[in-house]
Design a protein around this ligand. Structure first.
Ligand SMILES: Cc1cc2nc3c(=O)[nH]c(=O)nc-3n(C[C@H](O)[C@H](O)[C@H](O)COP(=O)(O)O)c2cc1C
Length: 155
C-alpha cells in the first residue's frame, strides 16, 4: 500500500514519530512518502491510491504547530473534495492543557468536513505520561493498519 505521512511539529517529537512509522511501514514493504507540512499543499492529497497519516503536535492553546498553519488554512480556503481519502491521525499533546491533542483533532475535523474518512481511533500521546511518543505510535500502528487493509481491500 501507499502512505503519505505529513508532519506538524515545533520541537521535533512528531518528526521522530513520523520517522519511526515510516520505517515500520517500509519494513512491511509499503510505499511511503514523508513530508514536513510546510512543504505540503492540498494537491498532495489527490492521489486516490494513497492513505494519509497526519502526525501533528499541538501548540498555542489547542492550535496546530506553526509549520502546519499554512497547510491547515489552505484546506479551509481551497476546500478540496477529499471523498476518496482515507486517513489516520497521530496527535501529540500534553494533558496539562485542556486542549489536549487538539492540533491533531483539528485536522481530523477539517478532513472530515472535506469528505475524507478517518480509519481507526486517533492515536494520542501525552507528554505528561512516562511513554515515548514513538512507542505509543508504534503500538497503535498494527491495529490501524489492519483496519486500513480491511477498508481499502489492499494486502
Ligand atoms: C508553548 C507550548 C504550548 C503547548 N500547547 C499545547 C496545547 O494547547 N495542547 C496540548 O495538548 N499540548 C500542548 N503542548 C504540548 C506539545 O504538543 C507536546 O509537548 C508535543 O509532544 C510537542 O511535540 P513536537 O515536538 O512535535 O512539537 C504545548 C507545548 C508548548 C511548549
Amino acid at each position: 500500500m501507499k502512505f503519505l505521512i505529513l508532519i506538524g511539529t515545533m520541537t521535533g517529537n512528531a518528526e521522530i514519530v513520523a520517522e519511526e512509522i515510516d520505517s515500520a511501514l517500509a519494513k512491511l514493504n509499503h510505499e511511503t512518502t514523508r513530508r514536513d507540512m510546510s512543504d505540503a499543499s492540498p494537491a498532495d492529497l489527490n492521489d486516490k491510491s494513497s492513505t494519509l497519516i497526519i502526525c501533528s503536535s499541538t501548540y498555542g492553546d489547542g492550535e496546530v504547530p506553526d509549520n502546519a498553519t499554512d497547510f491547515y488554512n489552505a484546506l479551509q480556503t481551497e476546500k478540496p473534495n477529499l471523498k476518496h481519502l482515507n486517513y489516520g491521525i497521530i496527535a501529540l499533546g500534553d494533558s496539562v492543557y485542556e486542549t489536549f491533542t487538539n492540533g491533531g483533532i483539528r485536522f481530523d475535523t477539517r478532513l472530515q468536513e472535506l469528505g475524507a474518512s478517518r480509519i481507526g481511533e486517533i492515536c494520542r500521546h501525552d507528554a505528561s505520561s512516562d511513554q515515548m511518543p514513538e512507542d505509543v505510535a508504534l503500538q497503535w500502528l498494527p491495529e490501524w493498519l489492519e483496519e486500513v487493509q480491511k477498508i481499502t481491500g489492499a494486502g
